[in-house]
Design a protein around this ligand. Structure first.
Ligand SMILES: [Ca+2]
Ligand SMILES: [Ca+2]
Length: 441
């Protein structure tokens, strides 16, 4: 008995430590970490209920991806107005030859006491991602648990429902990434599975509905599989309001590609993917930028690249590209914004329309500086300087006379400052305009 209590205390302390580091990312105050936590009330009782069920030799497991990163997820699964706890833990293997096996445990109040009411083993040693969603639209949450399969074989999704007494496994599907969202525009969410087979170089997006009992595939479509991995999967809208999935994937360390997946006349489509070559070429770019809403209008833009004037004769490593953010309306592209993203300097400068094709730049990466210059078409080189932007270490910046500079932004370590070299003529920018064009990455 004493031994169990000791182990339980150790378990509670570990839980609290893990919660602190896992939930906040950075522990705010190290003294909190050193003190024994006061696991009282529901939290303590939920942990005790798990321990009563599983006994010793367990360790908590924290989802590696997604919004929920805690080992105890509190949520109302059965829609009765009170929360249950879903716990993730592993039974620690007794020998080196065996693997830790991850379990899912549901803890609910039974006769006023927290008690484990369900436990299931997954086929994994870690939790990839956990989500809850009302997929059937009946007010009851579906529990989606993605386990990382043994031997780097991808992930497996386990779809559970809970009726207030016990849970039922409704489906199991292998996947690389999963997300939940209303891609069909039905008013309730679907399950969206992304699958990438790196050996066969094939990738697909599949959409499933769930009516509370049965999972049904509503569509599946190929996307560029000749990629090293998915970089971002973002749900957004096309300009006509149709929901769409914007899927960025890495072609190499320096290039990305986007596939857009949406329903068109009842069929799931991915119009950028070219099945004749097995790749997506339309959105291939030499840029690390991913899709996002650059102008805050609620619609997602897709980045593409445009070589700066004067860089055509340079080697690929020396070339500098502007990022052109484009909107896709379901059949064609239109430009929304054009910007120079300078990773070494940690900033982005939007190019005003009048600059495009007329202004180029010279870079000094070691000094984290960009010099924006008029393009001299005759000599095919950078000409008159218009504007200079530079990132300084704060202490360096404070040591010299910077009265000539315009401070654009600062954080703990860095000051971003500008020098307006050209103040007249069509390509000059004012301080006010510069403020709207500049942003820190
Ligand atoms: Ca409940
Ligand atoms: Ca937008």
């Amino acid at each position: 008995m004493v031994r169990i209590r000791e182990r339980f205390c150790a378990f509670v302390i570990l839980t609290a430590l893990c919660c602190l580091t896992s939930c906040s990312g950075i522990p705010g105050d190290t003294r909190d970490l050193l003190q024994a936590p006061k696991a009282t009330g529901d939290v303590g009782e939920i942990q005790r209920a798990l321990f009563d069920y599983a006994g010793g030799g367990i360790s908590l497991r924290y989802p590696h991806n997604g919004e929920n990163r805690t080992a105890f997820l509190l949520t109302d699964l059965d829609g009765d107005g009170t929360e249950e706890a879903v716990a993730f833990y592993a039974v620690v293997a007794s020998s080196d030859e065996e693997m830790d096996v991850v379990h899912v445990n549901i803890i609910d109040r039974v006769d006023g006491e927290w008690r484990s009411v369900f436990d299931a083993e997954t086929l994994g040693s870690a939790i990839d991602k956990v989500a809850v969603a009302d997929l059937s639209g009946n007010g009851k949450q579906t529990l989606l648990i993605g386990a990382q399969l043994f031997g780097a074989a991808g992930n497996q999704l386990n779809l559970y429902t809970y009726d207030g007494r016990t849970a039922s496994l409704r489906a199991q599907e292998n996947y690389t990434q999963f997300l939940v969202g209303d891609l069909m525009g039905r008013g309730s969410d679907q399950l969206i599975l992304l699958s990438l087979d790196g050996t066969e170089h094939v990738s697909s997006v599949a959409v499933y509905t769930f009516d509370g009992v049965t999972v049904e595939r509503q569509g599946a479509v190929a996307t560029d599989g000749n990629v090293s991995g998915y970089t971002q999967a973002l749900l957004g809208k096309l300009p006509d309001g149709r929901p769409a999935l914007f899927l960025d994937a890495a072609k190499s360390a320096l290039s990305l590609v986007t596939d857009v997946v949406f329903f068109h006349e009842g069929e799931l489509v991915s119009p950028f993917y070219d099945p004749t070559v097995g790749e997506t070429q339309l959105t291939l770019r030499n840029s690390a930028e991913v899709c996002r809403d650059v102008d805050d209008d609620g619609m997602i833009e897709i980045p593409s690249t445009e070589l700066l004037p004067g860089y055509g004769e340079r080697s690929e490593a020396e070339r500098i590209y502007l990022t052109v953010w484009r909107r896709f309306d379901g059949s064609r592209f239109s430009d929304v914004m054009c910007a120079d993203t300078f990773a070494a300097g940690g900033f982005r400068l939007v190019f005003p329309d009048r600059w495009r094709g007329n202004v180029t730049l010279v870079t000094d990466n070691a000094n984290r500086m960009r010099s924006y210059r008029l393009y001299d078409e005759e000599r095919q080189t950078a000409g008159t300087e218009i504007l200079r932007l530079r990132a300084y270490d704060v202490d360096v910046y404070e040591r010299f006379d910077h009265t000539e500079l315009i401070e654009l932004a600062r954080d703990e370590n860095t000051v971003w400052a500008a020098r307006l070299v050209t103040t007249e003529g069509p390509y000059a920018v004012t301080e006010d305009e510069l403020m709207t064009l500049f942003s820190v990455l």
